[in-house]
Design a protein around this ligand. Structure first.
Ligand code: SAM
Length: 274
């Protein structure tokens, strides 16, 4: 795809899918779009997008392809162990009812993981768990609480699997008491207004596809969404290079705390005992 074609594709994707590809890493995105068009046997990009204008299914197919939905329960389980043993007890010491936001929640495995953890750490408490994603198709599965494959639940301990899941054939569904704890909604991190007063935001394996500029904008948005002392939990392979500029202090790798305004971020409370 030459530069003119890519400029045309970006315009059409913005018009039809409301996704601004300028916020995504260009080389990676060009590769993905090329492979999508190859698979669709679209020799002429212009006429392919013209047909798409009249076909909602074609629009949805492209959206599904561009939003990478890979996820699983307790993804990177060692990170979740740290969350359970260090971060959550600290947050629960400050407040009885927490507000959590799982941004880019995909199939719902991440917010349901949080519902399970909270059910065990503070049984019966009415925490608010909001889960958002750009992709309405994936949110349908998330809202339904399944079906999940063996692979999706491979990190769930057997006692938890027995207690919080129902098995039908070879598929798993979360039980209603967990499902009802999560509120799902469609949300674009690159344009829609953000939640406020959050105790914990999880945004893991989402911004890896974005440009540094877009990442920084999103992290600033998360900073504004957190209450003072609130925590941002990111993916295991991610790092926020401009965290101190934004006002976030790393507690342990993958966990960043919003410090009170005016605090010297560099001398913030980094945990070295974990
Ligand atoms: C790889 S999944 C990560 C799921 C989960 N957070 C995890 O780590 O297992 C990335 C998700 O980000 C969503 N996403 C991509 N761009 C987005 C945007 N601009 N706004 C909100 N969600 C977005 C995709 O639809 C996809 O479901």
């Amino acid at each position: 795809m030459d530069d003119n074609e890519y400029t045309y594709v970006k315009r059409k994707v913005n018009e039809l899918l409301c996704i601004d590809l300028d916020n995504y890493k260009e080389r990676q995105m060009r590769r993905r779009i090329n492979s999508f068009l190859d698979r669709a046997n679209a020799d002429d990009v212009g006429s392919y997008f013209n047909s798409m204008e009249k076909d909602q299914k074609m629009i949805q197919d492209l959206k599904d392809f561009l939003t990478i939905n890979v996820s699983e329960f307790f993804r990177d389980d060692r990170q979740f162990e740290k969350l359970e043993s260090v971060i959550m007890p600290e947050l629960l010491r400050d407040r009885v009812c927490l507000k959590l936001w799982s941004a880019g929640c995909s199939i719902g495995a991440e917010p349901y993981t949080m519902a399970i953890i909270l059910e065990e750490l503070s049984p019966g408490t009415n925490h608010k768990i909001i889960a958002t994603d750009l992709d309405e198709t994936i949110l349908k599965q998330a809202r339904a609480g399944g079906p999940y494959m063996e692979q999706d639940v491979r990190n769930v301990r057997p006692q938890r699997l027995a207690k919080y899941f129902r098995k039908e054939g070879d598929k798993y569904w979360v039980v209603d008491s967990i499902r009802n704890r999560v509120h799902f909604k469609q949300h674009n991190l690159l344009g829609d207004p953000y939640e406020d007063n959050c105790d914990l935001i999880l945004c893991r394996n989402v911004v890896i596809y974005f440009t540094d500029n877009a990442k920084s904008k999103i992290n600033r948005g998360f900073h504004a969404s957190l209450r003072e002392g609130g925590v941002l939990f990111i993916g295991g392979s991610e790092i926020i290079f401009d965290s101190s500029k934004i006002g976030l202090c790393v507690i342990i790798p993958s966990f960043y705390r919003k410090l009170p305004a005016g605090t010297n971020v560099k001398s913030g409370s980094i945990r070295t005992d974990i």
